[in-house]
Design a protein. Structure first.
Length: 259
């Protein structure tokens, strides 16, 4: 072995650098990858939902969390109540900072949580983000949040799906994962942020972002453009469609009754 002028062995220098840099672990491995297939979903006349394939890689020994978030918009909901023994609208409630779509998928049987810090995803995180105004008292907000979440889950626009990402055996320190993102029939058009978070040791080690586009095409796109640009013409077309649909349904039911 070669000895330096100051009497230190070169292997000692190598050991010092190894201790300084620290052991190679999940955080030091290759960056995670995230892929969507397709990365654009078209809403046509007979759209009934779609499935988007999510796949990618992450360091071995970590957990993948994929969060899909739509844009925020104020929603206006009518509040029902009893007046004179009858159920009727008793006011309007505005919902603020609620995403149009919220999906959470994980490779673990339980959605990971952070250690010593607030977990940035899940329904608990949404509860801190969403606010209300209008016809309700401050003490009613928790109850109304639960009702709002029930509404969104019933429409399949808000979902938390543990164990929805399936992993393969580690290869060269990396693990591949894949799963399916179920988009419901009521998914609104827009740009959706998709984030893969790699979690280990109770914290986020790395992340990778992608964009999912949902776009109206064909006849629905034409109606949407009419509604925005030519409201009167859109109203006439809507009435015409309702008349034609009613005529067709009446003809079909009449035909069944004749038999």
């Amino acid at each position: 072995m070669r000895r330096s002028n100051n009497g230190l062995w070169w292997p000692g220098v190598t050991l010092f650098l190894a201790l300084l840099l620290g052991p190679a672990g999940p955080a030091a491995a290759a960056s995670p990858e995230l892929r969507l297939s397709p990365n654009q979903v078209d809403i046509g006349t007979f759209f009934e939902g779609a499935a988007v394939k999510i796949e990618g890689t992450m360091p071995a020994g970590t957990t993948a969390v994929v969060e899909v978030v739509g844009s925020e918009a104020t929603e206006h909901l009518l509040r029902k109540g009893r007046r004179g023994g009858l159920w009727m609208s008793v006011g309007e409630i505005q919902v603020h900072h609620a995403p149009s779509l919220y999906m959470l998928l994980s490779s673990a049987a339980k959605i990971p949580e952070f250690t010593g810090a607030a977990t940035p995803w899940g329904f608990a995180a949404l509860a801190k983000q969403v606010t209300f105004s209008g016809s309700l008292q401050p003490q009613e907000e928790d109850k109304f949040f639960q009702e709002f979440m029930g509404l969104k889950q019933g429409e399949k626009l808000y979902r938390v799906m543990p164990d929805a990402l399936h992993t393969s055996a580690p290869q060269k320190g990396q693990v591949a994962f894949q799963g399916m993102l179920p988009l419901p029939a009521k998914v609104p058009p827009g740009q959706y942020k998709v984030r893969l978070a790699v979690v280990g040791q109770g914290r986020m080690l790395a992340h990778q972002d992608a964009v999912l586009t949902v776009k109206m095409v064909g006849f629905p796109a034409t109606l949407s453009n009419l509604a925005r640009q030519q409201g009167l013409l859109y109203g006439l077309v809507a009435v015409l469609i309702a008349i034609i649909t009613g005529f067709i349904m009446g003809f079909l039911f009449k035909g069944k009754t004749a038999h």
